[in-house]
Design a protein around this ligand. Structure first.
Ligand code: RIB
Ligand code: CA
Length: 309
């Protein structure tokens, strides 16, 4: 069982990742969930995090984080996720509030007190909270076992601009801090998430669970699907964020290559993850970049975990 902190901007795909993690006590000791502005503004991502923790029947604390990127103005994605970020699910108002501690302070304090390489960070949104924590206290990097991050793209290009994927595009400066921190990184870019499509035949079994969690997941994925299905003409939307949690549970579901990843921070390609897949730069690899997934195995794992709630 590993200690993990989830940093997130729920978002329907974040929601499935959070629920699967909270349904897996044999795999994770979730120390906290840190909300960040991304898909929708911070007040929504924080409220959504609280709702999801309650849907999972968990008491894991939620820490509200940064309301905007380090340098750029905030760019959100209501056009994909709806105005609340969890459209498609009809969740009750949360009974709890976020903790009084800011997410950046929680990261600095928790990692500052942790044993070396003892805490895994699972990042599902823009890297603002983690980047800010590393700027404030670079020494916390020694306590991080690894960062498993959804973000970036290479052969798949971008989903916000031709070059940039949303999580990196929103805060390329924070991503640069993270990718130059020396912390071991496992990256789930669009090159792998676009192979894990939430088609109707994969969403239906969640609905057939007949549970509040199953209904919420089915409703969210049905809502989430429509944008990317129109955009890509695919039979489902890529289920981006849960790839991180699935990797931590069963890494054999994925394959990839260690590469050097550089974050482009300005110009028309701002937010691009320049992934040296063919190792032409001679730069030392700083990330394990995944591009293969057993997509049926991935959905089977998610269904089994969500069925526990
Ligand atoms: O580009 C996909 C990523 O951006 C996912 O994490 C999604 O939730 C949004 O945050
Ligand atoms: Ca996300």
């Amino acid at each position: 069982m590993r200690k993990v902190i989830i940093d997130t901007d729920p978002g329907q795909d974040d929601a499935v990742a959070i629920l699967a993690a909270l349904a897996s006590p044999e795999d994770f000791d979730v120390l906290g969930i840190c909300s960040v502005a991304g898909n929708v503004p911070l007040h929504h991502t924080t409220r959504n995090s609280l709702q999801l923790v309650e849907l999972a029947g968990s008491r894991v604390p939620v820490y509200a984080g940064c309301s905007r990127p380090m340098v750029k103005e905030l760019v959100t994605a209501e056009y994909v996720h709806g105005p609340t970020g969890l459209d498609g699910a009809d969740l009750p108002d949360p009974h709890r509030e976020p903790e009084a501690t800011h997410a950046v302070d929680f990261l600095v304090e928790t990692l500052g007190a942790a044993e070396p390489r003892s805490v895994t960070l699972c990042t599902l949104g823009p890297l603002t909270n983690v980047g800010m924590a590393l700027v404030r206290a670079p020494e916390i990097a020694d306590s991080v076992e690894s960062i498993v991050a959804m973000g970036g793209g290479f052969f798949e290009g971008g989903n916000v601009t031709p070059a940039a994927e949303f999580n990196i595009y929103v805060d390329p400066h924070a991503a640069h801090v993270v990718f130059t921190s020396g912390i071991p990184i496992t990256l789930m870019p669009l090159d792998v998430t676009h192979k894990a499509l939430a088609s109707e035949r994969r969403v239906a079994p969640f609905r057939e669970l007949g549970t509040a969690a199953g209904d919420s997941v089915a409703g969210m994925l049905t809502f989430f699907d429509r944008h990317d299905m129109e955009k890509y003409g695919a039979d489902g939307a890529p289920l981006h964020d849960p790839t991180t949690v699935a990797y931590l549970i069963d890494p054999d579901l994925f394959a990839g290559r260690r590469c050097h990843v550089e974050i482009v921070r300005d110009g028309p390609a701002e937010g691009m993850t320049m992934i040296d897949w063919w190792m032409v730069t001679g730069n030392e690899p700083n990330a394990m970049v995944m591009n293969v997934v057993d997509s049926d195995g991935f959905f089977t794992l998610l269904l089994e975990r969500i069925s526990r709630l």
